[in-house]
Ligand binder design. Sequence first.
Ligand SMILES: Nc1ncnc2c1ncn2[C@@H]1O[C@H](COP(=O)(O)OP(=O)(O)OP(=O)(O)O)[C@@H](O)[C@H]1O
Ligand SMILES: [Mg+2]
Length: 250
Amino acid sequence: MTLICFTSQKGAPGTTLTTLTVAACWPGSHSERRVFLEADRAGGSVALRYGIGTDPGLLTLGTSVRSDSGTDLWAHAQPLPGGLPGILAPDAPSQVAGTLALASRSLGQWLDERHTAVLADLGRLDAGGNPHPLIHEASMVAVVARPVAEQLQPAVHAVRSSGLDLGRVGWVLIGDQPHAASEVEATFGIPVLGVIANDGRTALALSEGSSSRRIAKSALVRSASSLADRIAKELLRAGVKSEPDNGVAA
Ligand SMILES: Nc1ncnc2c1ncn2[C@@H]1O[C@H](COP(=O)(O)OP(=O)(O)OP(=O)(O)O)[C@@H](O)[C@H]1O
Ligand SMILES: [Mg+2]
């Protein structure tokens, strides 16, 4: 299994939408090969956005994994618009934060035995000096930011104080203004995994669950698809498997 965590530190750069779009574009033809996991300690937003429930979801998964009762990942997922399976979080921050504080360790170990890429939206990396507990279980951490100092700088502080292995961390930038990817890399010494097109119109349409041909061909979706390919390749190179050997999802 591959746990790929998307996180940010300040502003609302587009972490949730980027995670959803990269998950939807994940390479491989079987939908069972990837799942979106909502793990934002500030509370979930995807269920509210699409008008669906959160039971089953993150809380049922956390409880099952902790009680070691033997569970199936897909029993906690539901189809999102477009068909991407999603394990969603309730909107109450205390419920999400409580579950993640208790279950992240076992969840990481349990997910490690599944043959599925898990693309997780962690929301803020650091909440009041507490790094998100799932980052330590991640194969890769993608820090999402608009390339502006007020988002980049706090994110770098959060990364440095989190104790994360910097070899597993990269930027995902939303747009290239005012700072290009090369400038951001040179300034902070953290590689840029990808630049997602800054396209408010397509972002709005995606948030509403649209999946027209125009959207599929948009710069935003194309850039998310390139990012998905890049991340999958990086993980393969690092020796992390995200697909089953026999082509059958667990
Ligand atoms: N690539 C993009 N280009 C332009 N606008 C975007 C892009 N991605 C997201 N947005 C817009 O940015 C806003 C925030 O998006 P989103 O909810 O994904 O961000 P977030 O970082 O998860 O925020 P929060 O901190 O509230 O969880 C939304 O209005 C969304 O439509
Ligand atoms: Mg979000």
